[in-house]
Design a protein around this ligand. Structure first.
Ligand code: C5P
Length: 322
């Protein structure tokens, strides 16, 4: 049974027949991908509570699917890997509906149905993917003429990873993760993701990193040029040796048992392993699809994680599928 929430929504501003809206379609389904950070450099904390990042995202073929349907009032339901996803106004997909409705002057009267496959609080941008998919779905449902830049700005206001989930591919991100530059990446990268029993709060992991760093000098983060060269050349082995995450020490401190998962990945011949974002999911890069199947089977029998997924990247960002 899906989790369902419904509540009346008061809009402050409703524009009748505004120039942004041409006509109304009935239902739109969009899927949006998970992400892995190939390199995640974290700078010192900023005045606004965020940290300056230098990261390379890759979108991978593990998708959440969001359907929005015209309705008399706002409601949201979630199916699949949904434990721990809030069903109130703090839900990122709900916030995406309200933000876009506000921007185009429409009441947020849609039924949002989310089919989750991306682990919740797993460091793979599951909530951000739902927000990106919802923005694209409502944009299509309401046939707005907002354009890519305005959608990007709404996405950035919702969360640091939401703009990347809109765009997909492989991208260098700076700022708090919302400033994107496309990266040239040749070939297909095969991944195995080991998902932990329970999720981790991103804010908690960043706070733990600050605690570990204490008063030591933290330099502005940078992505090593070798990583870009490996991606341009399409060399998974070289890329594997360059996978890096500044949050890894903090995540491992909060979840020491993840070391066993990383060991199991190495024993299963992963070319390289890295914690996905703030974790606790562990990303393992492998040489090809046959190696991925073998690693999935080894990890499944290792008892070191809750579940295991196979995916490839890069893939496109949030796209309408029907
Ligand atoms: O932007 P998002 O809502 O995904 O961020 C969640 C939390 O992660 C933030 O509230 C902040 O504590 C932390 N964060 C950060 N620096 C970033 C991105 C996220 O400190 N660049």
């Amino acid at each position: 049974m899906p989790n369902v929430a419904r509540w009346p929504w008061q809009t402050g501003r409703t524009r009748a027949g505004g120039s942004h809206v041409a006509s109304v379609v009935v239902s739109v389904t969009v899927r949006a991908p998970a992400k892995v950070n190939l390199h995640l450099g974290v700078g010192p904390p900023r005045g606004d509570g965020f940290h300056e990042l230098a990261t390379v995202f890759q979108a991978v073929s593990l998708y959440d699917e969001v359907t929005v349907e015209a309705a008399d009032e706002f409601s949201i339901e979630i199916d699949g890997e949904a434990d721990g996803v809030p069903l109130d106004a703090s839900n990122l997909a709900a916030r995406a509906v309200f933000a876009l409705a506000e921007a185009v002057g429409l009441p947020p009267n849609v039924k949002v149905s989310i089919r989750k496959a991306i682990p919740v609080a797993g460091g793979m941008a599951g909530g951000s993917a739902d927000a990106a998919a919802t923005l694209v779905a409502c944009d299509a449902l309401w046939q707005t003429d907002l354009g890519t830049d305005a959608l990007h700005d709404l996405a950035a206001a919702l969360g640091s990873d939401v703009p990347f989930c809109l765009h997909g591919g492989t991208a260098l991100a700076t700022g708090r993760g919302e400033r994107l530059t496309r990266v040239l990446a040749k070939g297909v990268y095969h991944w195995v993701f080991a998902v932990a029993e329970t999720g981790l709060s991103t804010a908690l992991v960043f706070a733990e990193l600050d605690r570990i760093r204490g008063s030591s000098l933290v330099l502005e983060p940078q992505v090593p040029p070798d990583l870009m060269t490996a991606l341009r050349a399409g060399e998974p082995r070289r890329l594997a040796s360059l996978l890096y995450n500044d949050l890894q020490a903090a995540t491992l401190h909060l979840r020491p048992a993840l070391r066993r998962t990383i060991e199991a990945g190495r024993d299963g011949h992963a070319l390289g392993t890295v914690i996905c974002g703030s974790g606790p999911t562990i990303a393992m890069l492998v040489a090809g699809s046959a190696e991925a199947v073998e690693l999935v089977s080894a990890l499944s029998g290792s008892g070191s994680c809750r579940t295991v997924y196979r995916a490839h990247g890069p893939v496109a960002g949030a796209r309408v599928v029907s």
